[in-house]
Design a protein around this ligand. Structure first.
Ligand code: F6R
Length: 611
């Protein structure tokens, strides 16, 4: 995945591009590049310096010409190493066309062979560069850039968003997408395209979503959208969530976005819970777009997601089964796609995705819809592709999450899924009004409990002091503690690069215990099966592991070498929201101590729009 931006009619085009690239870096940062239309030619500069690429590029462009039209790119490498040669923008043989791309052109090798045979010189190892040469051939035949783009896209397999410009038409940028996010936008006498809205905040005032295989021609103050066949279509206007303002996308006094976002969790939960209760005490989900009757007809729920969102989905399984008494499966999205799942019109498939753009989840939802299932999305991004395509939506209201490691979106997802589970219970009649009301009250107490857990950061820091130097971690949990353990392990490996496995504690003795030895750290989430967990802690301690236990304030006699406590939550289904906090802080503390860039961990990107 990569971040892309295009600008026209902007006297400060370069500044706008850099501002956008800095806000898009969460999508990838192996390398970065920019191209500007300069009189009758294209001027280009690229840099590849890992997490510093955009800043290095900003220095390298000191001698850039003044231009009102340009494109920029920040890359997460898929095809070809992260190097200057492979960095975007890519240009054609004549130097008249430059383009940036996000996604994967699956048939790039097939397309490259005839181009090479016709004498084109490809100077990178990317799947992208063929596009520049295909556009070159179309332009040589007399096509305009938009027409060239339409006929080129028809030849492509894969998922992509692409933005191109040509020195022949200096005020025009042309962009298109398939299965990868891209927005067009207009401001006063200016035009833009970008991978997401954060890149354009404060500059554009009207935003437009593009559907698959639509091509947009953007000029200063105007745009035109066509299908691949060349038919003009009305662009879809999208609103921007007012909480996504420029301030929300800045660090606001914290050292990094991750700590800011960890500390924003009480607000993210509270906002996600806003307006979910009607005057009569019943649960309302305004954006759901699925009627109670439609939901009553459901006889199975399948939750699909990736990474941290998958862990939130695991908690949802407990909530939906316990409260709504509906059989619920949770599946990794990339696994569901390629088997033959039994889905039909009585199945509700719930996609959980902070970005609403993760390709594996998007395609799993599309597969579900083809099977006749109803689809519902829990997303943090209004008008994301998943939100636009699904039958129903429940938004998390966490505000922009910039750090690659998900924190506030993860807890907001659990809360949104739990509200959904309560709504299902209400409509199915599996919970009475007073049980619903008291669980909703308990949900409303979570921001305070999370705030209290955050207030104990010093206790976590003390444990970090002891653990620095350890290299092998097991995170153990049972039942609702298991997704918490998985999330703790994922956070740690993502940002600290330490080996961390999340395991169901009961499985330890069936194999992994062989790995436990002096020097191994075992982090044990004691609740909700505290007594069983005590035995597993004892098994690990007997093999010399250093044991950190995570337990609640009411635990009078916790085992282990070090104890992290969180406030007790009455309903165990809600507890993961609070329990995950010290594990986020632990991962954060260890990663900082190791000198890592916590916001931009190596090899990762925030929005994963490749398979
Ligand atoms: C981990 C993390 C990832 C995402 C995953 C899904 O901290 O952020 O594991 O949870 O890539 O992303 P979304 O939720 O955008 O579909």
């Amino acid at each position: 995945m990569c971040g892309i931006i295009g600008v026209t009619g902007d006297t400060a085009a370069l500044e706008t591009i850099f501002d956008g690239l800095r806000r898009l870096e969460y999508r990838g940062y192996d390398s970065a590049g920019v191209a500007l239309v300069d009189g009758g030619a294209i001027w280009r500069e690229r840099a590849a310096d890992g997490t510093h690429s955009v800043e290095d590029l900003a220095v390298a462009v000191a001698a850039a010409p003044r231009s009102a039209t340009g494109i920029g790119h920040t890359r997460w490498a898929t095809h070809g190493a992260p190097s200057v040669q492979n960095a975007h923008p890519h240009v054609d043989c004549t130097g008249r066309v430059a383009l940036v791309h996000n996604g994967i052109i699956e048939n790039h090798a097939e397309l490259a062979a005839p181009l090479l045979a016709r004498g084109h010189v490809l100077s990178s190892e990317t799947d992208t560069e063929v596009l520049a040469h295909l556009l070159e051939e179309e332009l040589a035949r007399g096509a305009g850039l938009a027409e060239a783009m339409r006929s080129t896209l028809g030849q492509l397999r894969g998922a992509f968003s692409v933005v191109a410009l040509t020195s022949e038409d200096p005020t025009l940028i042309v962009a298109a997408r398939r299965a990868v996010p891209l927005l067009a936008a207009l401001g006063e006498a200016r035009g833009f395209v970008a991978s997401d809205v954060s890149a354009l905040l404060g500059r554009a005032d009207r935003y437009f979503a593009l559907d698959d295989d639509q091509v947009v021609e953007v000029r200063p103050g105007s745009l035109r959208v066509t299908t691949l066949a060349g038919d003009e279509v009305d662009p879809t206007v999208v609103g921007v969530d007012p909480s996504w303002d420029v301030v929300a996308a800045q660090k606001g006094g914290f050292d990094d976005f991750m700590s800011k976002e960890i500390h924003e969790q009480p607000r993210a939960i509270a906002d996600t819970l806003l307006d979910r209760r009607a005057n009569d005490g019943s649960i309302v989900l305004d954006e759901l777009h699925l009627s109670p009757d439609e939901l009553r007809a459901v006889d199975k729920v399948v939750v699909v997601a990736c990474g941290s969102s998958f862990h939130a989905g695991m908690v949802a399984k407990y909530a939906i089964e316990r409260w709504a008494r509906l059989p619920t499966e949770v599946e990794i999205a990339s696994e569901l796609r390629y088997r033959e799942p039994v889905l039909h019109e009585r199945t509700l498939v719930v996609g959980v995705s902070q970005s609403g753009e993760t390709l594996d989840t998007l395609e799993a939802l599309r597969e579900a819809r083809r099977s006749g299932a109803r689809t519902l999305v829990v997303s943090n991004v209004v008008h994301s592709t998943m939100a636009r395509e699904a039958d129903g939506i429940v938004y998390t209201r966490a505000g922009p999450e910039v750090s690659v490691a998900s924190t506030k979106c993860h807890v907001a997802q659990i809360v949104a899924l739990e509200v959904l589970a309560l709504a299902l219970a209400q409509w199915r009649g599996t919970m009475g009004p007073s049980a619903l009301a008291s669980t909703l009250d308990e949900l409303h107490r979570l921001p305070a409990a999370v705030g209290e857990a955050l207030g104990r950061a010093k206790e976590v820091e003390d444990v970090v002091d002891v653990l620095v130097g350890a290299r092998d971690y097991f995170f153990l949990g049972r039942n609702l503690g298991y997704p918490v353990a998985l999330e703790g392990a994922l956070k740690l490996k993502e940002i600290s690069y330490l080996r961390a496995e999340g395991y169901p504690a009961g499985e330890l003795k069936h194999g992994p215990l062989a790995l436990v030895e002096p020097g191994t750290v075992v982090v044990a989430v004691l609740d909700p099966l505290r007594d069983k967990m005590r035995s597993n802690v004892a098994e690990a301690a007997a093999r010399g592991a250093t044991v950190v236990v995570l337990t609640t304030d009411d635990d009078t006699d916790p085992p282990g070498d070090h104890v992290l406590r969180v406030p007790a939550v009455r309903d165990p289904v809600l507890a993961p929201v609070v329990e995950v906090v010290p594990l986020q802080l632990l991962a954060y503390g260890l990663a900082r101590r190791l000198g890592n860039d916590v916001d931009r961990p190596r090899n990762l990107a925030k929005t994963v729009t490749v398979e």
